[in-house]
Design a protein around this ligand. Sequence first.
Ligand code: GTP
Ligand code: SPV
Ligand code: MN
Length: 584
Amino acid sequence: MASKLEALERWVDEVAKLTRPSHIHWCDGSDDEYQALVQQMLQTGDLIELNQQTHPGCYLHRSNHADVARVEHLTFVCTQTEEDAGPNNHWMAPNEAHGKIDALFDGCMQGRTMYVIPYCMGPIDSPLARCGVEITDSPYVVANMRTMTRMGAAAQTRIEREGGFVKGLHSTGELDPERRFIMHFPEELSIKSYGSGYGGNALLGKKCHALRIASWQARSEGWLAEHMLIVGIENPQGETHYVAAAFPSACGKTNLAMLIPPEGYRQDGWKVWTIGDDICWMRPGSDGRLYAINPEAGFFGVAPGTSAATNANALASVSRDTIFTNVAVTADNQPWWEGLPGTPVTDWRGRPYDPANGPAAHPNSRFTVSAKQCPTWSPKAEDAQGVPISAIVFGGRRPSLVPLVLEARDWTHGVLLGAAMGSETTAAATGEVGVLRRDSMAMKPFCGYHYGDYFAHWQSFDQAGAHLPKIFHVNWFRKGRDGKFLWPGFGDNLRVLEWMIARIKGDAAGMETPIGIVPAPNELRTTGLNLDAATLGELLDVDHAGWQTELAAIGDYLHSFGKRLPKSLHVEQQRVASALAQAA
Ligand code: GTP
Ligand code: SPV
Ligand code: MN
């Protein structure tokens, strides 16, 4: 019998003919392999050793200074018809795309080693998990993929058993922004990425596979691939509710996934369990509930703002065996970023630190660390069946208008809340920061197909026999007249999650408004918080006139998806708009 690895071997041969490497290395994912890669990168300067007394096993990578974030304008979804990619994606015809990018790959690995990385997204024995193979010429990518995925021999065995896998071809190329493309071929289950060594552009298991390609597969197979954290909230009675939350890039997923309960809550026995911080794959179980896995095995987290006060669990996680990318360094060679105590002496580009050059750490500087190093890592993260989801939460950076928390009346209203999401842009992608844009379900950069079809897919889960999670919308980022955040955020976000769980259990009445249900007076626990009644009122206020304008804008936005938008969302938008008109 022909080995099912033949397809893989054939593809590796094809790629080698095109890129012409001098060596081919099949990654087994072992410690020895990792250590050898680290030694090699220390020699080439790809990695810089950090203080091994304070940070054993920690290294710094400085990427090219023009290659520090995802590049949405160079990211394409290449479906046969433009319509299938939708107005939410940049599109190129598959033939044209292959031609353009293969010309760049031609001979690009001469004199270099080509690494073949078999990986599994999700627990290796999970029916929800999916495998892929990334071919790359970047040892930095190999090292990161080892932390971020189940990489190596076990994944290769699963591929041999199943046959199918997602093909990802990557080269750092010349790191020339003029010769850079991130291309997706969902119909071929393949990805080609050239000219960037950075995060979501280069670690193809993450955004390219686990979101853009997986969302396409999920649609035809009846599941969901989402840009969501997964966190378990254990109450003093010992019940754990799992929450999946979609916030756009750099809008608080990692922080919520590993939050530390406020003091009073800790004393009462509240606990938090981390399952995932960026991506969630979920599907209905036989009981009608949605079950979720985290397809990743590590965190590629935003460094700036991570501190003992905001995210002590992340800080503890990165105290050893971590790769830092584009952070600053202190006099005694410790990693440093804005938000940490101490003083930087060298900035992210390796220059002597000078405030005139901007922040010492790049605003999108990151840490790569195994999820197992997180003090709140949940053993359930390895559960092949996934965890049952009690609540889905949407949210974004909205300096005004959007209240702290809102509950959807039903699934369709919840899908509308997700579709209507807006958020200020962040440093996670190149381009202007702080611009408000629609980012439906936090998937604007990651949905591998037409948003109209995607909303219809979300709607398709609302069936007889389904026991779907309640849907909420949150906004930790409302600002007062002084420009400061009104809500303390971070650990105190548990107060909002507590209210959600009370709603799920039928223990809180809530208060109806035209745009959804908000906490009734005194339902949000604020003991121990330095928050006056007026500020709380502002956080929960529903400005009817402002929302009428917002609903009109949402209507226009939905309209842009044309015939593929499910009618039910139009109807829902009109229902909310007329409820607002009546209340005015
Ligand atoms: P990606 O990895 O890009 O998908 O980002 P993310 O959604 O995981 O965001 P992350 O948790 O890393 O937070 C991004 C930034 O927002 C950090 O600088 C945090 O300190 C800050 N942040 C997170 N949660 C809160 C919050 O509740 N309130 C405020 N004010 N800032 C927050
Ligand atoms: C994001 O931008 O949402 C990230 C970082 O999680 S990256 O892997 O670069 O996509
Ligand atoms: Mn993300």
